[in-house]
Design a protein around this ligand. Structure first.
Ligand code: FEO
Length: 395
């Protein structure tokens, strides 16, 4: 893909990774991704913001073969999907100065071996003069590393945001427009990467509101040429109360837990609680993460393996706690062969979740009438806790 102009003197560069299906050996990428770099040309100086994943260096270097001079290489975020091609770009432009936040300086040496003498640290509010235009840096730590900064180009009312407002989406559409074809990918990205830092992102959103922004250019996915929808979506995801939605990550070995899940789904539905199940041996983890953005309740449903929860539920519980969603209520249900402590173990995996734990419901072997009554009582309690919650965003 050739460089594409997004504003006068500002070009999208980088690579579209159509085939990548996994990030960090963990996160499914059903729609691929992109690594966006941006070239900003002033009358005096030229800057490149971010680079590309090292696996896609060739695409970026080909675009740069038509750029004779770069004065500044701005690193907004050190993670390798954006900075991995930096050493190659530095070799091509030996006079270029690397510009990074104070916290990024050591990380650039640790992760990429960048010599300290080539780096110029900048602080929040510092400006880089390019002639007829300037770049102003905005500290934005913990989206999702400690060193991240945003870059504001006031002459174009353009905010470069690296991971923030990004989406793992490979597409030939340069712009997100009204957001219809990007919103789900952006929500998935928020859920998987940004949600643990929601309280910090609130502050960043307030800061961004003080800037005059017509366009938002993240380093994954399309550029937001009408950014109101993505800013509104982030406000909703970060600030609003959870919705009337209960999630049931589950697995079943011989059918007992599955029967209990079916009963609970029906009981919740009858009581007006929206519910989604996720078979943890088959589901795309991102689907669970996306729904955790809105859910008020999670019920882990697990058979007992070696007195504890099934490993796929261990994974679901660990992931749920790590993502720090807005959940209010949680429970564990399931079955066991002769004895077990699956409920206690699952709960302890989620020690950091600030939720009310409801009484667990477990069956020895096949669930009986007493088990179903206990599941009905659990559904009653969840419905009471959900009273007054919004119905949530359709997907
Ligand atoms: Fe897209 Fe945190 O890297």
């Amino acid at each position: 893909m050739k460089a594409r102009e997004i504003r006068p003197g500002v070009w999208w560069m980088g690579a579209i990774d159509w085939d990548r299906r996994l990030f960090d050996e963990l996160i499914p990428l059903p729609d691929g991704t992109s690594y966006n770099a941006y070239l900003v040309k002033g009358t005096e100086k030229t800057a490149l913001l971010d680079t590309a994943d090292p696996t896609m260096s060739e695409a970026l270097m080909k675009q740069l073969s038509e750029v004779p001079t770069i004065d500044y290489l701005v690193v907004q975020h050190v993670e390798q999907d954006h900075s991995g091609s930096l050493p190659l770009v530095m070799d091509r432009y030996p006079e270029a100065q690397v510009i990074a936040s104070t916290k990024a300086v050591a990380l650039l040496t640790d992760h990429l071996g960048v010599p300290q003498e080539r780096i110029r640290a900048v602080q929040d509010g510092d400006e880089l003069d390019l002639g007829d235009r300037s770049l102003r840096f905005v500290d934005a730590p913990w989206v999702h590393w400690p060193e991240t900064m945003l870059t504001y180009l006031p002459e174009e009312k353009l905010l470069f945001t690296c991971d923030l407002f990004g989406s793992h989406l490979a597409t030939d559409e340069l712009f997100s427009g009204d957001g219809r074809h990007v919103c789900e990918a952006a929500k998935r990205y928020y859920a998987e990467i940004m949600m643990p830092f929601a309280s910090i992102i609130r502050g960043h959103l307030e800061r961004i509101e003080t800037l005059d922004v017509d366009m938002v250019a993240p380093s994954h996915g399309p550029v937001h040429d009408r950014p109101a929808w993505i800013l509104d979506a982030y406000r909703h995801w970060v600030l609003d109360a959870p919705s009337n939605l209960a999630l049931i990550p589950y697995t079943s070995m011989h059918g007992s837990t599955s029967i209990m899940v079916d009963h609970l789904v029906e009981a919740l539905t009858e009581r007006g609680v929206h519910v989604r199940t996720f078979h943890m041996s088959k589901t795309d983890l991102g689907e669970l993460a996306i729904h955790l953005v809105d859910a008020a309740t999670v019920v882990f449903a697990t058979p007992t393996v070696l007195v504890g929860p099934h490993p796929s539920i261990v994974f679901a519980a660990y992931l749920t706690a790590a993502l720090r969603p807005k959940l209010r209520t949680a429970a564990v249900i399931g079955s066991y062969g002769w004895a077990g402590q699956a409920a206690q173990s699952t709960q302890s995996l989620c020690a950091k979740l600030k939720v009310d734990w409801l009484d667990p419901v477990f069956a020895k072997g096949l669930p009986d009438a007493e088990t179903f009554q206990a599941l009905d009582r659990l559904a009653d309690t969840i419905a009471e806790r959900h009273a007054g919650l919004e119905e949530g965003e359709p997907r």
